[in-house]
Design a protein around this ligand. Structure first.
Ligand code: SF4
Ligand code: SF4
Length: 406
């Protein structure tokens, strides 16, 4: 980086507006945080706490996890010290952004007995509709997680007009971070979601750390992004810096820790209903539902009603549910999916197969969280590979059978 001259010949810039590419020193992160605060945003981003990199409200840039990386494996997550000061030298942590847009638990309404009838009080965002939901700046959204937000937009936001999700989402500004160092359980390249951020960000950073120099290439995506960046010291990025940053991101796609078959997942899932592999994975699966809670796209909920002992006051709450819960498929008389086999199959075939039919895309963005946070280390890529091998084995067998499959 020492040879770079911001603003040099060949710079690609549109005076800081959408489409421009800027260069910002790491020291200017504080000013970027201040600019976000001045624009009325609470900044949510990664910070090292309790042995993990979690997402929380950050008061200043110094709360970012400078110098921390992670070691990931099936069923395993460890913080590690890096030998540089990178703030984004880590991959997906235990929590995703869905906790802020689609909270794990929220009150929908409450009712009070008054004058012989019930008086309903709306809760949460509905109650404060005039003030609106808080303005949040999501700082450090990975490309896979940016795509996950778009998937949840489609499921919970778009077309649902005045939903609580849509109201929250409309108040969010996104500062994405391109990945240059994927984790051992990442496979965003296979799912077409990274390591470069797709559309949908307001600003996208690429971290550049080399020796003493620590800077960020900043892609400006929207007027809102340009507006918060305007108050921050930055210059047009030089062509050499842009090339270096783009190459680092492109190279990251060659270093994914995992991969998924490139095509045919939907068909594979549709044809695997009776696969033997479901019994094998069910013999290890605890049906704990951790994978669904950690997944940034899983969206299922249930509602429960509670009353106080006097019977004067009642509340309706919504909370996350999981297709691994026995009660999740309870119809009159019992659960439709009573076995672990059928519940794992439901999760995987929906995520990679019928999600396409419902929403027009895969429900998996390749973040790897379900692999890391599965207590017994069940690996979605390994399960798909096993299902594919089983399907190919059966096809080969059928081809050898005179007259084909019975
Ligand atoms: S299924 Fe697993 S890898 Fe895919 S998006 Fe969900 S948590 Fe991430
Ligand atoms: S796959 Fe793993 S995380 Fe998911 S329910 Fe089974 S044991 Fe729990």
């Amino acid at each position: 980086m020492a040879d770079e001259h911001p603003g040099e010949m060949g710079a690609v810039d549109k005076a800081g507006g959408p489409g421009s590419v800027r260069l910002m020193e790491a020291a200017a992160l504080d000013r970027l945080f201040a600019s976000l605060h001045e624009a009325g945003y609470r900044v949510i981003g990664p910070t090292a706490r309790d042995g993990a990199i979690v997402l929380d409200e950050l008061a200043a840039a110094s709360d970012l996890p400078f110098g921390w990386g992670v070691r990931l494996e099936p069923g395993g997550y460890r913080l590690r010290r890096r030998d540089d000061t990178a703030a984004f030298g880590h991959s997906a942590g235990p929590g995703s952004w869905k906790q802020f847009l689609h909270p794990p638990r929220e009150k929908l309404w409450s009712a009070r007995l008054a004058d012989g009838g019930f008086e309903i009080e709306q809760a949460g965002d509905d109650a404060g509709r005039e003030a609106g939901p808080p303005r949040l700046a999501f700082f450090g959204v990975r490309p896979c997680d940016l795509r996950a937000i778009q998937i949840q937009d489609q499921v919970l936001g778009t077309g649902r007009g005045n939903s609580r999700y849509a109201a929250r989402r409309s108040a969010v500004l996104i500062v994405a971070v391109n990945c240059t160092e994927p984790g051992a359980t990442c496979f965003c390249t296979s799912m077409g979601t990274g390591p470069a951020a797709g559309p949908g960000y307001d600003l996208a950073l690429t971290e550049l750390v080399s020796g003493e120099r620590h800077a960020f290439l900043v892609d400006v995506g929207t007027e809102a992004g340009a507006s918060v960046l305007a108050g921050v010291p930055q210059t047009p990025a030089g062509a050499a810096t842009i090339d270096r940053a783009r190459s680092a991101v492109a190279e990251a796609s060659q270093h994914m820790g995992r991969s998924m078959p490139a095509a045919g997942l939907r068909e594979l899932m549709a044809g695997s209903h009776d696969a033997d592999r479901w019994d094998e994975v069910a013999s290890r699966c605890l049906t704990c539902g951790n994978c669904t809670l950690a997944c940034p796209t899983c969206f299922c909920t249930t509602v429960e009603d509670v009353t106080d002992l006097s019977g004067d006051h009642a509340e309706r709450w919504q909370h996350w549910a999981s297709c691994f819960d026995l009660d999740f498929s309870y119809l009159h008389g019992g659960p439709v999916r009573a076995s672990a086999n059928s519940r794992y199959r439901q999760w995987l075939t929906h995520k990679l197969g019928t999600w396409h039919d419902q929403f027009g895309s895969s429900g998996c963005v390749g973040c790897g969280r379900c692999i890391v946070w599965c207590p017994v280390g069940i690996d979605i890529t390994e399960e798909v590979a096993a299902l594919q091998a089983e399907a190919q084995g059966k096809q080969a067998q059928d081809a050898e059978t005179p007259g084909g499959a019975p």
